[in-house]
Design a protein around this ligand. Structure first.
Ligand code: IFM
Length: 465
């Protein structure tokens, strides 16, 4: 048995997002998720959309007490653009939303929970998608920046950690390459333009944030990162992994963290005929917008091999350069579509950030161990759900993080995805990740055993394993 001790003042908590938790009570406007669910409910697991979800809008006080019960000292959620802003062109805010976010933030702060606020979690306002194509358009980039400034001005004194985007590559993949987010287009060139415009929106918002000089407050971004592992050492597989890393990781990491646009990326995009429209002024903004911290989301490793079959799509996707590969010797999570389990990837990510990204301060912003409701089972006689599987896996991942910190990683915290089981896009409530189960019929929050372990971890900053 070893004891793993984490640095003092380490952040322990969970992450969620506005749209996945708040529900639609008193919402000023719709997001693309409301719009898409209205149009095509069949695209959502059991047809469930984001209208009620965990109903945080009405239950935040009770929920903050539940955060305390499992030992959180910090919590990330997001402001919904479509809740805060009533009129996107004039910037008029919805007063009810201002009140709600103020109350929610005050409640966390009063209870010793440091709020981290994200500005965009896949939730483009429906009107801006339908009128202008969302981030396809540079007009929407500027409207996003206006919204960000409004949020900084309204809540800047309460939020010490601002985040511009969560997993900015996901709306590109989902909306423009692989058809799992609205607007469900399959267009490689547009995908690249949307990715570029999001990076630009981030950079412009970072610049505006710094102009405001808010005391004791910093800004960063949360990226989903994973190293690309190959079948073996053969050269063509190594090249495949290099492409996957360039297109999925470095495409956002380099501009957002190092303020560099890799020449190799420009060459690949040019080779594919998908170079985005840029201006010198925009590039200057991207290459000078400095962030103070990075959030890293990690769930599963990426496995690739050199292309063997011919590429069949008639539009560009990164897979033109590699094929996905299932590791025959891998360990898999039986409760989540057989996703591979590879805790050592956390150490690899940490060393990459240390060696290649200036060892920027970072935190593990999402680590999630998914189980379905049936595999978590029913509450025991004390009303607690036994999710020891989750705790065991979490320990394995944290051991790797601890090893990385000993090896010099500049990591300042861990947030589990998620707090109360929440609605997760087209998967709805299929996969459960929370410290508390959400009973979909009653809305009750049911504690899981993992929370007891986590509280001990968060309060002592250590665990034995
Ligand atoms: O629910 C999502 C979240 O919105 C972003 N990261 C992954 C989670 C689980 O799929």
């Amino acid at each position: 048995m070893n004891k793993y001790i984490f640095p003092e003042n380490f952040k322990w908590g969970a992450a969620a997002s506005g749209i996945q938790t708040e529900g639609i009570t008193n919402k000023a406007n719709e997001s693309i998720w409301d719009l898409w669910h209205n149009k095509s409910p069949e695209r959502f697991y059991r047809g469930i959309g984001s209208s009620l979800v965990t109903d945080t809008y009405n239950r935040y006080e009770e929920d903050v007490q539940l955060m305390k019960k499992v030992g959180f000292n910090s919590f990330r959620t997001s402001i919904q653009w479509s809740r805060l802003i009533k009129n996107y062109e004039t910037g008029e805010v919805c007063q009810d939303a201002v009140e709600f976010y103020n109350n929610y933030l005050d409640e966390m702060i009063a209870n010793g929970i440091e709020p981290m606020m994200n500005l965009y979690h896949f939730d483009m306002p429906a009107e801006l998608q339908e009128k202008f194509g969302g981030f396809e358009s540079k007009k929407v980039v500027d409207l996003y920046v206006d919204y960000a400034v409004k949020a900084f001005e309204l809540f800047g004194n309460k939020v010490k950690y601002w985040i511009t985007f969560n997993e900015p590559i996901v709306p590109v993949e989902g909306g423009y390459l692989y058809d799992f987010h609205y607007p469900c287009k399959k267009d490689g060139k547009l995908a690249v333009q949307v990715g570029y415009n999001i990076i630009l929106a981030h950079a412009k918002a970072v610049k505006e944030f710094h102009k405001l000089n808010i005391e004791d407050s910093q800004i960063g971004v949360v990226l989903n990162l994973t190293p690309s592992y190959t079948r073996d050492e053969r050269e063509e597989d190594q090249k495949a992994a290099w492409y996957a890393d360039l297109l999925f990781n470095r495409s956002f990491l380099d501009p957002m963290v190092k303020n560099e646009i890799p020449q190799e990326l420009c060459d690949v995009l040019a080779e594919q005929g998908v170079t985005p429209e840029t201006t010198e002024e925009e590039i200057a903004c991207i290459t000078s917008a400095k962030i103070e911290f990075l959030g890293v989301n990690y769930y599963v490793p990426r496995r690739v091999k050199a292309r063997e079959a011919e590429y069949e799509l008639d539009y560009f996707t990164p897979e033109v350069y590699f094929e996905n590969y299932v590791n025959p010797e891998g360990r898999f999570n039986p409760y989540r579509d057989n996703n591979e389990i590879l805790p050592t990837a956390i150490h690899d990510i940490a060393m990459n950030v240390k060696d290649n990204y200036g060892n920027v301060p970072w935190f593990l912003a999402e680590i999630g161990i998914a189980m379905d409701e049936a595999s978590e089972g029913k509450p025991d006689e004390n009303g607690i759900i036994d999710d020891t599987f989750r705790t065991d896996l979490m320990k394995e991942h944290l051991i790797q993080l601890h090893r990385a910190i000993e090896d010099g990683a500049n990591c300042f915290g861990v947030h589990q995805w998620t707090f109360i089981d929440n609605w997760s896009w087209t998967n709805s409530f299929k996969r459960r990740y929370g410290f508390y189960r959400l009973d979909l019929e009653t809305g009750n929050r049911i504690p899981k055993k993992h929370g007891v372990w986590f509280k001990e971890l968060a309060t002592t900053g250590s665990f034995e394993g």
